[in-house]
Write a protein that binds this ligand. Structure first.
Ligand code: ATP
Ligand code: MG
Length: 397
């Protein structure tokens, strides 16, 4: 959905509906914060003393998106609102989730369980702000401050530490002194948090407008040492004048680290991308036709960009793109012969020899040793029937 002023207005209508039914309700969290900062709003949270089943009764279209924590998503036309019942959290056991939650709570209890003062503001249906935590002053001072005792809050839920860096990157705020000291003290605990969650926050950090400031804080708090394989990269990127995008950041880091640590739950595609691009950035100076063919233009561009940013190479973007466009062949499918035609003409059973032969032919074409036409390919196939053991790592058995 598109979120703008009219959505905030829409949320005020939702609040009016709650009030008409005799409940309290407020807009809370990021929407209020970003509204005060005149920034685009990503989603609207509403907090209320209505219990989840009462919320479901009150609106036509709802989905219970997180009943355990009291969250029901309410749909009004195109717009969605995350409605959560006021709650106080029971003891945290796993450093991430409260063991149980109680819905016997007030609006003030509810904001006090939230992470940072800037995220603890309430807005009523008239647009008035209710502030139990000093959030307004902190937004004005552009400070990220934990609500309550920071060490306790970061011990309860360790992901909050990374949320602080994510907000630094998004907003450019500073982290308040005691809050940052608490992160220094408890940074190591981040190792207990599931890597999926860490990766989500890390990617948000990398996408922020104030990445450099966030990276600086990661170093200052020692947190950077607990992010597998990123320590050298973070320190290096801090010396750069322009910040890299997500892919280049990870590739720089893993090129400097020498590997992509298994701990990061990247998709296979991304893991492969970072691994190969980092390897190429460390080892390849010239992107010859074979390299361009084997790894593809995207990976070669990323590798060269990484090597360039690391000061190990010139920027060869144009040349790589042009050379790739000029490759005589971009895939085995471009060979002027079909694999089944080879099987027939050579009178052999299909087997590993075939893919080895195709690969040999492709490389010979790329080298300019072989013309990509039917007759030349047949001649080549007949004279190279038994691909050599050495060379391209093929097996004849
Ligand atoms: P954005 O959506 O712009 O990233 P946000 O502040 O809206 O920022 P959400 O993750 O959408 O962040 O969470 C909504 C609100 O829920 C927060 O503003 C905060 O009040 C509360 N909250 C979220 N995560 C936590 C947490 N780990 N601990 C305490 N409160 C939290
Ligand atoms: Mg939000």
């Amino acid at each position: 959905m598109v979120i703008d002023m009219s959505t905030i207005r829409g949320a005020r209508f939702v609040i009016k509906d709650f009030k008409k039914a005799g409940y309290e309700a407020f807009i809370v969290g990021g929407a209020v914060r970003d509204h005060l900062l005149h920034m685009p709003i990503s989603d609207i949270d509403i907090t209320t003393n209505a219990k989840p089943h009462q919320v479901q009764k009150l609106f036509k279209k709802t989905i219970p998106t997180g009943l355990k924590y009291g969250t029901v998503t309410v749909f009004i036309g195109e717009d969605a609102y995350e409605v959560t019942t006021y709650r106080v959290d029971g003891p945290y056991v796993d450093g991430r989730h409260p063991e149980d939650v109680s819905f016997e709570a007030t609006a003030e209890d509810d904001v006090k369980r939230r992470d940072f003062t800037m995220n603890g503001l309430l807005m009523d249906e008239t647009g008035q702000i209710i502030d139990y935590v000093g959030g307004k002053a902190d937004i004005k001072a552009r400070l990220i401050r934990a609500i309550g005792d920071p060490v306790t809050r970061f011990e309860e839920d360790q992901l909050r530490m990374l949320r602080a860096f994510h907000f630094v990157s998004k907003l450019g705020f500073d982290i308040e002194r005691k809050t940052i000291d608490a992160i220094k003290e408890t940074a190591k605990n981040i190792e207990n948090v599931a890597m999926e969650r860490i990766m989500d926050e890390m990617i948000k950090i990398l996408k922020g407008d104030h990445l450099k400031k966030a990276l600086y804080n990661l170093v200052k708090t020692g947190m950077y040492k607990h992010l597998p394989g990123l320590d050298k990269g973070i320190k290096y990127v801090l010396t750069m004048s322009e910040m890299p995008f997500v892919d280049a950041f990870f590739t720089i880091s893993f090129a400097l680290h020498g590997d992509v640590p298994d701990a990061w739950p990247f998709s296979n595609r991304h893991r492969h991308r970072y691994k190969v691009a980092a390897m190429l950035a460390n080892t390849v100076d010239v992107f010859d036709p074979k390299t361009l063919y084997t790894y593809g233009v995207d990976l070669c561009l990323l590798a060269n960009k990484t090597a360039f940013l690391l000061g190990k190479s010139t920027n060869m973007k144009r040349q790589i793109e042009e050379d790739f466009d000029r490759l005589p062949i971009k895939s085995e499918l471009d060979l002027a012969i079909r694999p089944m035609q080879l099987v027939k003409i050579l009178e052999k059973k299909q087997g590993a020899w075939l893919s080895a032969l195709l690969k040999d032919m492709v490389l010979a074409v790329l080298d300019g040793e072989l013309q990509n036409n039917y007759d030349a390919l047949i001649r080549y196939a007949k004279t190279h029937e038994q691909p050599k053991e050495s060379g391209h790592g093929t097996h004849s058995q």
